[in-house]
Design a protein around this ligand. Structure first.
Ligand SMILES: Cc1cc2nc3c(=O)[nH]c(=O)nc-3n(C[C@H](O)[C@H](O)[C@H](O)COP(=O)(O)OP(=O)(O)OC[C@H]3O[C@@H](n4cnc5c(N)ncnc54)[C@H](O)[C@@H]3O)c2cc1C
Length: 329
């Protein structure tokens, strides 16, 4: 049966909801996206590394395979949404150990993760990975969806319910919106359906400095006395130092974690010391018990919940999109 013209309601306009909305629109459906722009949304805090190798978790083969596949699909996914070339760029990741012990630790981790690191004049290099800028990315995707006729509605969703042939999205202080099918992508901070997937919030914070514009981006993965840290130098001059990982639903950056990130970054790269400080960003990463990408179809098959994007939701956007296509097929 053709689904063309069906009314789809998407809850959440982070990267997951937007990629879901794009997949539904591409299948010819009529799409409405509802979002409350809450401060804890992860997409607006994210660094934008598309990094299946340097983010590998030893022993988690399923997640690793998802991440590698996502990177292989990313370029064609973003082209399909007219996302400009400068928002997808391959960058070699440099590994920077601070001490002999840190170097041994990186070597052990790479061996266990099956990763080859190459010693070169530039330092210890990993495989090529990619970089995007999440805020610009979602701005472009959103504009593209508006051009394609997707409707965006501001509002807090209190509940999603279903009948045999429809889905009803209840909003705080406003009329409900109903559709034929629903897609729920509310990230870590909101349970809106009775049979929601179990998701735990993992807070991440990062620091942004203003550096000079540069010809090439650069990514360094630092291990300093056992503490991991990354530093991204973007072409625009923006420098991103991140990111912490704390199992909590409290979306605040603690002074101590910011202090440690900054001092580790500055001790490793002293030239950062005098750069203007721009901001600290925090967000709650939506994390499933397994750390892997997860989804669930509701009892009557009227809505799909997408969750578990953890530290990799920007990278995983093409897989979210594919899962939505399977659901809507
Ligand atoms: C500091 C940090 C750095 C990161 N770096 C990277 C990285 O380099 N690469 C990478 O791939 N990933 C990274 N991530 C992870 C990535 O940001 C997340 O996995 C991804 O953004 C999750 O997207 P989402 O759309 O599922 O959730 P979110 O971005 O949280 O979006 C959920 C949306 O739903 C809305 N919402 C929630 N509840 C309701 C409700 N009841 N009613 C209406 N709207 C609602 C929210 O307002 C929000 O807009 C990082 C995360 C953090 C925090």
């Amino acid at each position: 049966m053709s689904e063309i013209g069906k009314r789809i309601v998407v809850v959440g306009a982070g990267i997951t909801g937007l990629s879901a909305a794009a997949a539904a629109r591409d299948l010819g459906m009529s799409v409405t996206v509802i979002d409350d722009a809450r401060p804890s949304r992860a997409t607006y805090a994210a660094a934008g590394m598309l990094a299946p190798y340097s983010e590998a978790i030893v022993g988690d083969g399923e997640l690793g395979a998802q991440m590698v596949e996502a990177l292989s699909l990313w370029d064609s996914w973003r082209r399909g949404l007219q996302v400009p070339d400068e928002l997808f760029e391959f960058v070699p990741t440099k590994f920077v150990p601070a001490t002999f012990g840190d170097r041994q630790e990186i070597a052990r981790w790479a061996r266990d993760a099956g990763l080859e690191l190459v010693e070169s004049a530039q330092g210890l290099q990993g495989p090529l990975e990619a970089l995007t800028e999440p805020r610009e990315l979602v701005r472009h995707v959103r504009e593209q969806l508006l051009d394609l006729g997707v409707v965006f509605v501001d509002g807090v969703v209190s509940r999603v319910t279903e009948t045999d042939d429809s889905v009803v999205v209840a909003r705080d202080g406003a009329e409900s919106i109903s559709g034929d099918l629903g897609l729920i992508a509310t990230g870590a901070s909101s349970v809106v359906a009775d049979d929601s997937l179990l998701i735990r919030p993992v807070r991440g914070s990062l620091v942004v400095l203003d550096g000079p514009a540069r010809n090439e981006p650069q990514v360094a993965r630092v291990l300093r006395h056992g503490r991991p840290l990354y530093v991204i130098w973007r072409r625009s001059g923006e420098i991103v130092i991140g990111a912490t990982s704390v199992e909590t639903s409290l979306n605040v950056a603690e002074a101590g974690e910011v202090q440690v990130m900054l001092s580790d970054a500055i001790e490793t790269f002293p030239e950062l010391r005098q750069l203007p400080f721009r901001e600290v960003r925090t967000g709650l990463r939506p994390t499933a018990t397994s750390n892997t990408l997860n989804s669930r179809v509701s009892a009557h098959g009227r809505y799909l919940q997408l969750a578990g994007h953890y530290r990799h939701g920007i990278l995983m956007a093409p897989l979210s999109s594919r899962r939505v296509r399977e659901f809507l097929a």
